[in-house]
Design a binder for this molecule. Structure first.
Ligand SMILES: Cc1cc2nc3c(=O)[nH]c(=O)nc-3n(C[C@H](O)[C@H](O)[C@H](O)COP(=O)(O)OP(=O)(O)OC[C@H]3O[C@@H](n4cnc5c(N)ncnc54)[C@H](O)[C@@H]3O)c2cc1C
Length: 311
């Protein structure tokens, strides 16, 4: 006997297949863009160019990641503060528990608040080599749920947390991972952003299970337009995401054809977004890798246009 969850998912899948390709999408979606802090003046320029390109699309927020062990602490802070100062876009700073005492983490959060930052993406982070077990700092937060509670003690931040449609590798089982997500929301987070994934079905099933577990906060799908499968596979293994085998085939023979790779990347990601849209998703988070074109093209296909028509 089919339960309600399966029926919902089937309905979403049918709707996704029946919807004409990108036609008439009204752009009734909210988008957000993720960047990493630049290392060099040239990279900073590239990031700034990407921001200028994407800004007219009126993102709900943009976010800036935080390197392992606080290695980008100053750069993340400087980038987020500059975005807020110069663009007025709500910018979120990622913050992890790695290698920092609670007092140090709280001091960083206070500096963010003073710089006008009101949104933090609160993460546990990873220690050492990919896949190595996480060892908390002796006086630090042991996991993201503790960090969320600690941040709320500092100030009334808007907090996002990570979610894993294909389950985080450290979790004992998918349900334990969902329980952890619920703890993070209950501790004060207002939304989750998902790890990247490549099957809309995977996301729908995860959303259904989250809803059944009592998670009502929005879960934004994290969209990674892949242009380099080998590189994506390197990330994916350690972070609870799978690169499907069909993707290797799609990029086969394109090593020397960067323009064709870009087109394929946009097509695959846009098709995933279209299916998510057909299944009711209205908020999308793009991993931009500090490049604007792919995210811009996908948003355009989804009907998003510059807020000021003259731009
Ligand atoms: C949207 C997004 C953005 C990210 N940005 C960054 C970034 O900027 N910098 C960076 O270094 N990393 C980043 N990461 C990666 C993230 O730090 C890693 O995935 C990390 O391994 C887990 O972080 P978390 O916040 O999900 O941890 P947690 O939510 O603390 O969970 C980690 C694992 O431990 C388990 N767990 C937690 N608490 C308990 C408990 N009490 N009992 C049993 N099990 C428990 C969870 O189920 C899960 O398996 C990001 C990930 C995502 C999805």
């Amino acid at each position: 006997m089919q339960d309600k969850m399966t029926l919902d998912t089937d309905h979403e899948a049918r709707t996704a297949h029946d919807t004409p390709l990108f036609s008439g999408l009204p752009g009734d979606i909210a988008v957000s863009f993720e960047f990493f802090p630049p290392k060099t003046a040239r990279m900073e320029e590239a990031l700034w160019d990407a921001l200028q390109e994407l800004m007219p699309l009126g993102p709900q927020f943009v976010s800036v990641t935080y390197g392992a062990g606080g290695s980008t602490r100053e750069r993340t802070h400087a980038t987020v503060a500059r975005i807020i100062r110069e663009t007025g876009i709500p910018a979120a700073a990622h913050l992890t528990c790695v290698d920092a005492s609670k007092a140090e983490t709280q001091a960083i959060a206070e500096q963010y608040w003073e710089a006008g930052v009101r949104h933090i993406v609160a993460l546990r982070g990873d220690a050492g080599e990919p896949g190595a077990p996480f060892t908390p700092h002796p006086q630090g937060y042991a996991n993201a749920a503790e960090l969320v509670a600690g941040l709320k003690e500092v100030a009334d931040f808007d907090i996002s947390v990570a979610a894993y449609p294909e389950t985080h590798p450290d979790a004992d089982c998918p349900q334990a991972d969902l329980d952890n997500l619920k703890r993070k929301i209950d501790a004060g987070a207002s939304r989750a952003i998902s790890q990247f994934f490549f099957s809309a079905e995977t996301f729908f099933r995860f959303r259904d299970r989250a809803s059944a577990a009592g998670i009502t906060a929005p879960i934004l799908p994290g969209i990674l337009p892949v242009t380099n499968v080998a590189q994506a596979r390197k990330f994916a293994g350690a972070c609870g995401a799978e690169i499907p085998a069909w993707m290797d085939g799609l990029f086969d023979g394109l090593d020397e054809r960067p323009a064709a790779r870009q087109l394929v990347a946009a097509t695959v990601a846009a098709e995933l977004c279209r299916r998510l849209y057909a299944g009711g998703v209205r908020e999308f988070h793009f991993y931009t890798l500090n490049r604007a074109e792919l995210a811009y093209a996908i948003c355009h296909l989804l009907g998003v246009r510059p807020k000021d028509a003259s731009q």
